[in-house]
Design a protein around this ligand. Structure first.
Ligand SMILES: Cc1cc2nc3c(=O)[nH]c(=O)nc-3n(C[C@H](O)[C@H](O)[C@H](O)COP(=O)(O)OP(=O)(O)OC[C@H]3O[C@@H](n4cnc5c(N)ncnc54)[C@H](O)[C@@H]3O)c2cc1C
Length: 476
C-alpha cells in the first residue's frame, strides 16, 4: 500500500537534505508535451549529488511514498507525470548536470543524469569527438530521461539507440542503495546486466544518476540530400543501394510523406521547403564520412545511379552546411506542424524492414476505408520506425472524430502486431501504452518483468503505474 506525501515526510526530507534540494510543486513539473496527462505531486526533490538521491529514495521507501523520476520532461508517453493516486515525490535530476569527465583516448564521456543532451554533444565536440544521440528535443531532454526511455532519434541507423551508447551507470535502487556501475568497459561479462535492466525501465526500477557514454570520431565530412521516391518500397530499394555504396557512412535515412510538407506549408510558412509538397514520398539521407571520400560527390553519384534505375525522380543535394541544416529543419519541424494541425491518433511503431511497404499500403487502405482522413506517415525508415499519424480531413476538426482514437489505435496496433512489429519503437510505454503492453506483450516476458519489479522494488514505490499497471499493492 502506498502513502501520499504528507507534512511528516516533507519534514524528514528537510531534515536530511540540503535546503535547496526540497522545493514546492510548480506547474511546469506537472505537464507533458502532448498535454494529454496532468500530473500531481506532493513535493519536488532536486538533489545535487548521488548521496542526496539515495537519501530521498530511502526516505520514500521507508514511508512507502511513490517516487516519480523526471529529467527534461519531454517524454511522449507520460512516464514522467503521475495523474492520479497517492501524491508522489517528484525526483528531478536537473541539478545534477555536470560532465564529470571526458576520456578522448577511450572515446568515453561521463555525464550526470541531469546533463542536457545538447550540452553532452557540445562537450564531446570540444574534445573533437561525436556523441551521436540526436533528436528534436535535444535542447531539453536529459541523460537520465534519454536512458530511462532508451531514446532513439535520427542516428540509430549508424550508431544505435541510447542503450547502445551507454557503457556504465551509477544509479540509486528502490531501497536507497547506490549502485556504483560507472565502468568505462566495452567488455564486462560479470553476471546479470543491471545496466540494461535500468535502461528503458522508465524510472520503474531505480534512478539513474550518471552514465558513461560512448563517443565516436567526428566525421570529417557531412552531407545531406532529399530525393523523391515513388513509394515506400522504392525508398527501401534506395536504402539498400545506398548501404551497398556507402555502408556505415549513412547516418540517417528518413522517410517524409508529401503530407508532412503540406502541413508545414500550411502551419509554419516560415520554414523553407526545399522540395515541392506535391511529391508523394521523399527521403532525407544524411552522410557522415571519416574517410577521404567526398560526401557531396558520393550523394551525387548515388542520385545518378538511383535515377538511372528508376528509383528517384527528383532530388536536391545540400550545397552547404546551412542548406543541410535547412533540410533537417524541415524534418524536425514536422512533429510541430502535426501538433498544430491536431492529430486524432499518433503511433510510434516499428516493423521488420521488409514488411514496411506492405504495412503502409494496408494501413492506408484500412484508414481510408473507415472514412475521410489525412495521414502523415514519416520517420526513421532505416530503423524500420514509423510515426503513423491520423488527422481529420481538410475542413474537418478533431471534434468531428471524437471517440475514434482508441479504435484507430487498435486497428493500427493490431496490424503492427500481426506483422511482427512493435507498438512502441522509441518512445517507451509510460502510462500511455500500458494497455497495449498487456494486449500485445509476450506473456512470458510480462511475467518476468513483474517478477523483476517485485524483487527489486517490493514496496512498489518507483514510478507506480508506468510500464506495469499498479493496483493497490501489486503490479499486474
Ligand atoms: C519535439 C520532440 C521530439 C522527440 N523526438 C524523439 C525522437 O526522435 N526519438 C525518441 O526516442 N524520443 C523522442 N522524443 C521523446 C523524448 O524526448 C525522449 O523520450 C527523451 O528520452 C525523454 O528525455 P527527458 O529527459 O525529457 O525525460 P523525461 O520526460 O523527464 O522522463 C522520461 C521517462 O524517463 C524516466 N526518467 C527520467 N529521469 C530518470 C532517471 N534519472 N532515472 C531513471 N528514469 C528516469 C521518467 O520517469 C519517465 O518515465 C521527442 C520529444 C519531443 C518533445
Amino acid at each position: 500500500m502506498l502513502n501520499p506525501v504528507d507534512t511528516d515526510f516533507i519534514a524528514a526530507l528537510e531534515r536530511d537534505l540540503p535546503a535547496e534540494a526540497v522545493r514546492p510543486v510548480t506547474p511546469g513539473y506537472l505537464e507533458e508535451p502532448r498535454g494529454a496527462f496532468q500530473g500531481t505531486a506532493g513535493v519536488v526533490v532536486t538533489p545535487g549529488n548521488v548521496e542526496d538521491v539515495a537519501t530521498a529514495v530511502r526516505l520514500a521507501n521507508q514511508a512507502q511514498v511513490p517516487v516519480v523520476p523526471i529529467a527534461g520532461g519531454t517524454g511522449l508517453v507520460a512516464g514522467q507525470v503521475f495523474p492520479d493516486g497517492p501524491l508522489p515525490m517528484l525526483l528531478s535530476v536537473e541539478r545534477m548536470s555536470a560532465i564529470r569527465s571526458v576520456h578522448p583516448s577511450e572515446n568515453v564521456l561521463v555525464a550526470e543524469a541531469g546533463a542536457i543532451l545538447a550540452n553532452v554533444q557540445a562537450a564531446a565536440q570540444e574534445a573533437d569527438r561525436l556523441f551521436p544521440l540526436s533528436l528534436a528535443s535535444e535542447g531539453s531532454a536529459r541523460i537520465g530521461g534519454l536512458l530511462g526511455t532508451n531514446a532513439g532519434g535520427v542516428n540509430v541507423l549508424r550508431y544505435g539507440n541510447a542503450r547502445d551508447l551507454c557503457l556504465g551507470l551509477e544509479a540509486v535502487m528502490p531501497d536507497g542503495q547506490i549502485w556504483h556501475g560507472l565502468k568505462r568497459l566495452r567488455k564486462d561479462n560479470t553476471g546479470y546486466d543491471l545496466r540494461n535492466l535500468l535502461i528503458g525501465a522508465e524510472g520503474t526500477l531505480g534512478v539513474i544518476t550518471a552514465a558513461s557514454l560512448r563517443l565516436y570520431p567526428q566525421p570529417s565530412q557531412t552531407a545531406a540530400a532529399m530525393m523523391s521516391v515513388r513509394d515506400p518500397a522504392g525508398a527501401l530499394k534506395l536504402l539498400s543501394r545506398a548501404k551497398q555504396r556507402l555502408g556505415d557512412g549513412i547516418t540517417a535515412f528518413e522517410l517524409i510523406a508529401g503530407q508532412g510538407l503540406a502541413f508545414l506549408a500550411k502551419t509554419m510558412p516560415q520554414v523553407r521547403l526545399p522540395m515541392d509538397p506535391s511529391h508523394e514520398w521523399l527521403v532525407l539521407i544524411d552522410l557522415g564520412l571519416t574517410q577521404s571520400m567526398n560526401a557531396q560527390n558520393a550523394l551525387e553519384e548515388l542520385f545518378a545511379d538511383a535515377f538511372e534505375a528508376g528509383l528517384v525522380s527528383d532530388g536536391l543535394i545540400a550545397q552547404s552546411e546551412t542548406q543541410r541544416q535547412e533540410f533537417w529543419n524541415v524534418r524536425e519541424n514536422i512533429p510541430i506542424a502535426n501538433k498544430l494541425v491536431g492529430a486524432i491518433s499518433s503511433q510510434d511503431i516499428s516493423l521488420p524492414l521488409s514488411a514496411l511497404p506492405d504495412f503502409i499500403e494496408t494501413a492506408y487502405g484500412a484508414i481510408n476505408a473507415r472514412g475521410s482522413y489525412r495521414i502523415n506517415c514519416f520517420g526513421h525508415l532505416g530503423d524500420g520506425n514509423l510515426h503513423f499519424n491520423i488527422f481529420p480531413a481538410d475542413g474537418a476538426t478533431k471534434a468531428d472524430h471524437k471517440g475514434e482514437k482508441p479504435e484507430i489505435q487498435k486497428l493500427l496496433h493490431d496490424l503492427v502486431h500481426q506483422m511482427d512489429g512493435s507498438f512502441s519503437a522509441e518512445h517507451g510505454v509510460g502510462r500511455l501504452k500500458v494497455d497495449d503492453l498487456e494486449r500485445y506483450g509476450d506473456p512470458t516476458k510480462l511475467a518476468a518483468m513483474r517478477a523483476i519489479k517485485t524483487a527489486l522494488d517490493p514496496n512498489g514505490i518507483m514510478n507506480p503505474g508506468a510500464v506495469l499497471r499498479y493496483s493497490i499493492s501489486r503490479f499486474t
